[in-house]
Each structure stands twice: as structure tokens, then as C-alpha cells.
Design a protein around this ligand. Sequence first.
Ligand code: AMP
Length: 305
Amino acid sequence: MSVLVVGSIALDTVKTPVEEHADLLGGSASYAALAASYFSQVRLVGIVGDDFPESEFEFWKSRKIDIDGVERAKGKTFRWSGEYAWDLNTRETRSVALNVFETFKPTLPQSYRQTDFVLLANIAPALQSHVLKQMEKPRFVVADTMDLWIETTRADLDALLPHVDLLILNDSEAREMTKETSLIKAGRKIRSLGPKYVAIKKGEHGALLFGDENEFFSCGAYPLEDIHDPTGAGDTFAGGMAGYLAGTTKNVHFNDLRKAMIYGSVLASFCVEKFSLERLRDLSIEEIEKRYEMFKLMSQFEFAT
Ligand code: AMP
């Protein structure tokens, strides 16, 4: 089965306390699509300018990512630049240039409209709704969001939420959205706004998953010693989850979501090991499964009394 992924395709400039790199492939859809491609077929929707490297199209094709929905427009590709503090946790956006993204309003190719799984990666919620409205009865809709949309386009986000099966956001965003300090209260409150399931990411402390009252799951993060570039970890997590669900399930149950959350965490742990998408470009299934097994071992406990 396939997953449709819509989001930003960007050229990023990223500065950490030790390195700086310019014009790297980035954007929420780039990370999410590549992560998802390890589990299922991907149909990508986005826009790039005429400065975008042709080699990336070849790369997507080599990963069997369908690029019929990627528009090539006159002008410059969306650009984002961010700088990380010494702890690699806090990040400041240095600049954003929307460029061709400013007028992006995609019309989906006919061949995309019956895709069963949809990942609305991080973009403006009105654009996420615009894409979703063109889909014919998707089975499962995953959406990612960010503080910017909670702060500036809350009505659009609220209008989208009843159509979302799984909403993914980070801990500070969940608190901001609900004005709750407790993440448990926040997760439950967000469910009452529409999504059947909510995943709250806690960075290096793992993630929480909320379903109905009896459904709750908490998973840790992979114990990494060396992080080079945290950019895109959240998008990769979302792509890993959505791709796993599309590739392995028909009707999504809570147990599938638990596994998907671990695969999302595995992919995100690889993402941050190198700059941009470099570490994600040629992962092997064996590497992915090895980390998945490690997650299983980390969460098993049985103490002798
Ligand atoms: P993350 O580290 O998961 O928050 O994702 C960072 C990626 O999101 C970068 O590659 C950026 O190009 C992209 N990005 C940053 N701001 C936006 C925005 N306002 N809309 C869409 N994508 C964005």
C-alpha cells in the first residue's frame, strides 16, 4: 500500500555549535517521504524552484518515490535556516524565504487521489486541508504541525483536526495548544478536538501515544551518543510512523500504532546522526530492524522478586 506525503521541500542552512552547512536538502516532506519509503510506496506532493538539484529527483526515483505530484516552478526553492544551541535541543530560526512555496496550491494527480494512507507533513493547516479535500476516502490520515500554526492559524488547525486520525506534535506544542502543563491532560484534551490518536514527541526523552481511555503507550528514545544535526527528526518520526502503518496494516489498531511509534523513533535516531538526509539515504532494513530489537530489549522488564 502507498502513503501520500505532502509538505515542504526545502534547501536548508543549518548551524550547530561545531558545524555549518548551506543549501542542504530539507523540508518536512523530504524527510518524511524518505523515512516512509523504507516501509511502503510513497507519493510525494510538493514544490521546488528551478535552482533545485536534478540529482534529488533521480534519488527519489531510485527510492521508488513517486514524484508526479512534485511541481517544478520558476523561481527559487523554499529556504529555511536554523541555528542550534550547545545542547542541540533548542533551535532558533534565523530566516525563512517562502519563494515558490508562497503561491503553492497543489492539484493532486488523478493517480494520487485514492491513496489509502495520507501524511500531512508540517505545512500550513489550510494547505493540509486543501490536499485532504482532494482525496477519495483515505483510510488513515496522519498530520504533523508546529508552534507557528498553533500561534498564527489556530482556526485552520481546529478545522482540520476532526479529519485527522493521528496528530503528531511535540511536548511544548501540546502544552501551548491546550494550555495544560500535564502532557497526559494535554494528550487527552487534543483527542477531544478530533484526532482519534495523538502522539506527543519529547525529543531525547521519547514519545507518548494516546488512544481511547484504556490506550496509552510511552516509548523511550534510542540512546545515541553523537548527534550532529537534529533537523528533520520530527518529520522523519512522522514519516516512519505513517510509512510503517501504510506498509503493514489494513485496519489500524492501537498495537500497530505502538509498533509504528517505535519504527518512527528508530528512523529519527538515524536522521540526527548526520547532517540533512545523509544518514537516511542508504539505510539497510537490517540496520533498522537491529535498532527496533534494541528498543524492544530496552522496554522489557521482568524482575526476580
Ligand atoms: P524539524 O526539525 O522536524 O522541525 O523540521 C525541520 C524542517 O522543517 C527543515 O528542513 C525546514 O526546511 C522545514 N521547515 C521549517 N519551517 C517550516 C515551515 N514554516 N513550513 C514548512 N516547513 C518548514
